[in-house]
Design a protein around this ligand. Structure first.
Ligand code: MN
Length: 716
């Protein structure tokens, strides 16, 4: 078992005494809270965080990372709180532990490649700090090394998750040793027979292979020596999983896998041009296989891997795979991003590192300003996908959304009908508002009700184009439906006035004359155009009237403007066309019982004014329609009321209590005193109708000291 002294020994070369002390403190803390817990292997639980911290120390990680390695399971598996972690070890460590606790709750559930990629992105997005991911990977390596103590089901699940999520993440960060170890361990648990068979076959050929490896290495070494190129040559057996993958992909059996050994030339020089020189030396020795040369120095891989790859026909006519790179490139290839935490004595972080950092930055798409590479490293945010948020469906699938997405966006992403009928949502089993902003790792469930319709208001907060377009098209269809109804009612009344029948004339040639002018195609379009207020009913009916009638009508229209309301021949009732297409004017606040008149506003249906509203004098009389109340349900309508009284204490309270006694809501109240020492009390109240309003007025008038009570226009 790894001891704390081992970890301190690994780290004392590059960490300060204060940092070493903190590591020791974390060890004592972890040991005390995990006290008595046993791993399935029978060992004390503490062995696990110790191994993880040891691995991170080998990777030369900073103190916060190693401390977090020791503490990473405390919040999840013991009674320890984040607050305690923060109090004892500071904010940075608490933040790292918190991130790890959250990631450990993700349950990988799909074997579909696209889903796996979403899971990987989710883990990256949740690793707000790079180090979270590195600790998570070390945690996974140790759990995989001790996987045999789990039940077969768990073994399978963890191995599958490792192969699909964590090995690719290690690869993405460029940490080759982790990627290969995780793959081989996962392979062993997922298909023990195949793994075992392969391992035996590789072992059988071992002696022969080692002899062969030595021979090839010597030939290359001699050639490089002749050219004065210094370096090390490695010949290593490929890892099992990569051999297995090759057999699967190329449908070949083990004996057909020609290159079990990969050769690597690691140059002492740090110059790229020496790599190309070594390459030409190799190509001078053996004939290259066409199409197998890859220049990852000129064009590095996405994870910043740099190397030259070539395959040549070796001394026995066999194919030999050779990689050529500098030591620095090699370090990156093996350790990836982790290599950047290395403490290097006398190493100038401001010099050579800059180019490397630049590439890393591109790789991670980090926007952060780069003042000091070291500081950059220790604060590196893995903001790989800053504009996306990943959430779970109740089935455990992951879906990606733009940041700012809401449960309504989620609902529409599943199905248009789910979106339309969405009446509520649960996130992590709690009811949330439809405007709730989805967060990484949320599990979202949509509550629907058959027959429910989307609301125009949703357009104010949805962000996905699918939700926006579906809601908009529903609203448009609905408005059109209502416009057709309204247009038909308006036209029928106008036609009736002149003893004409709309039904017979709607498809006549006269009407079709209007089609081109208003881009109308069908008779429904015509009705909708009238309903939207783009075409006046009068204009349509005039098509069927003799010239002089039209003129007379124009004159009467002029008269109409003066004595409002007059266009009494048109009458529509306020039922059936409500909500989308009827709105009440804010200037005069009509309430049921008031004499009212409608105005067909362009594209917005009918606005209802009181007949006494001065605004109507300014409006186009052609577009005025008479409307009548047809209210069945009691709704509340806002209205303003002003009471003037002699100023005395409690007047506002007295008036309020009278209003409330009618069970009427007061949404606004204001009191002012005028120079005559009178109190002016303004209220905004919601009444059912004019009768109720008048009753309220009468009651207030009975109060002591009231001078006047009246309905007022909304203060503009
Ligand atoms: Mn762990």
């Amino acid at each position: 078992m790894l001891r704390i002294t081992d970890i301190l020994e690994k780290t004392q070369s590059y960490l300060s005494p204060v940092e070493l002390e903190m590591i020791e403190k974390a060890y004592i803390f972890s040991a005390s809270v995990h006290q008595g817990q046993i791993r399935l292997s029978g060992e004390p639980y503490l062995t696990h965080p110790m191994e993880v911290a040891g691995m991170l120390a080998d990777m030369k990680m900073d103190a916060a990372t190693i401390i977090t390695g020791l503490l990473h399971d405390t919040v999840e598996d013991t009674l320890t709180t984040l607050k305690q972690i923060e109090d004892n070890f500071g904010k940075v460590v608490a933040n790292l532990v918190d991130g790890l606790t959250k990631i450990s709750k993700i349950r990988f559930s799909s074997q579909e490649e696209r889903q796996a990629e979403n899971f990987r992105k989710m883990i990256l997005a949740m690793s707000s700090d790079m180090r979270i991911l590195l600790i998570r990977l070390a945690d996974r390596v140790h759990n995989m090394r001790t996987l045999e103590f789990q039940t077969p089901d768990r073994q399978h699940y963890i191995a599958q998750e490792t192969l699909e999520l964590y090995a690719p993440l290690a690869n993405r960060l460029g940490i080759n040793w982790m990627k290969t170890e995780l793959e081989d361990l996962a392979f062993r648990h997922l298909d023990f027979d195949a793994y075992n068979d392969l391992a035996k076959r590789v072992a059988k050929k071992r002696e022969k292979r080692e002899r062969y490896t030595e021979e090839v290495k010597n030939i290359i070494k001699k050639e490089l020596d002749n050219l004065g190129i210094q370096g090390e040559i490695e010949g290593r057996a490929k890892h099992f999983y990569s051999i297995y993958q090759k057999m699967q992909e190329q449908h070949i059996n083990f004996d057909e896998v020609y290159d079990l050994t990969a050769f690597r030339i690691i140059l002492d020089s740090d110059k790229e041009k020496d790599c190309y020189e070594a390459l030409s030396a190799v190509h001078a020795l053996w004939k290259p296989v066409p199409g197998r040369f890859k220049d990852y120095i000129a064009m590095p891989k996405a994870n910043n891997y740099r190397s030259l790859h070539t395959t040549v026909i070796g001394p026995y006519g066999e194919r030999v795979e050779i990689q050529i790179r500098t030591r620095e490139m090699h370090e990156w290839a093996e350790e990836g991003i982790a290599a950047h935490w290395h403490y290097k004595e006398g190493y100038d972080h401001h010099g050579d590192d800059v180019e490397q950092i630049r590439k890393l930055r591109e790789l991670l798409e980090v926007q952060q300003e780069l003042d000091n590479p070291h500081e950059f490293m220790s604060n590196l945010k893995l903001a790989l996908f800053p504009d996306e948020v990943y959430v779970f469906t109740p089935n455990g699938d992951v879906r990606a959304f733009p940041k700012g997405a809401t449960p309504v966006d989620f609902a529409y992403s599943i199905h248009t009908d789910i979106g339309h009928q969405c009446i509520g949502a649960k996130v992590n089993r709690n009811i949330v508002p439809l405007k709730y902003l989805l967060k990484n790792g949320d599990t979202v469930e949509i509550i629907t009700q058959a027959g429910h319709h989307p609301s125009k208001d949703w357009l104010k907060f949805v962000v996905t184009s699918k939700a926006i377009s579906r809601i908009r098209s529903w609203v448009n269809a609905e408005e059109r439906k209502k416009s057709i109804g309204l247009g038909k009612a308006l036209l029928e009344k106008e036609f009736k006035k002149h003893h004409l029948k709309l039904n017979q004339l709607v498809k006549s040639e006269e009407i079709k004359g209007l089609y081109a002018e208003y881009s109308i195609k069908t008779s429904d379009d015509l009705l909708a155009t009238v309903g939207y207020g783009r075409l006046s009913p009068k204009r349509v009916v005039n098509l069927f009237l003799p010239e002089d009638t039209v003129k007379k009508d124009d004159v009467s229209a002029q008269k109409t403007k003066k004595k409002i309301p007059v266009s009494s021949s048109l009458g529509i009732s306020l039922t059936g066309i409500e909500d989308v297409l009827v709105r009440f004017a804010k200037c005069c606040e009509p309430i049921p019982g008031d004499a009212i008149i409608g105005y067909i506003s362009r594209g917005r249906g009918v606005t209802i004014h009181t007949t006494g509203c001065p605004i109507i004098q300014e409006l186009d009389p052609e577009r005025l329609v008479t409307v009548e109340w047809a209210i069945k349900e009691k709704n509340a309508y806002p209205v303003h009321l002003r009471a003037v009284c002699r100023d005395h204490k409690g007047v506002l309270a007295e008036i309020s209590s009278i209003i409330s006694s009618f069970d009427v809501n007061i949404s606004h109240a204001e009191i002012e005193t005028n120079p005559d020492m009178q109190a002016i009390c303004d209220f905004r109240i919601d009444v059912h109708d004019l009768t109720q309003f008048n009753q309220i007025v009468t009651s207030i008038k009975k109060l002591n000291g009231i001078i006047s009570v009246e309905r007022i226009r909304r203060v503009q």
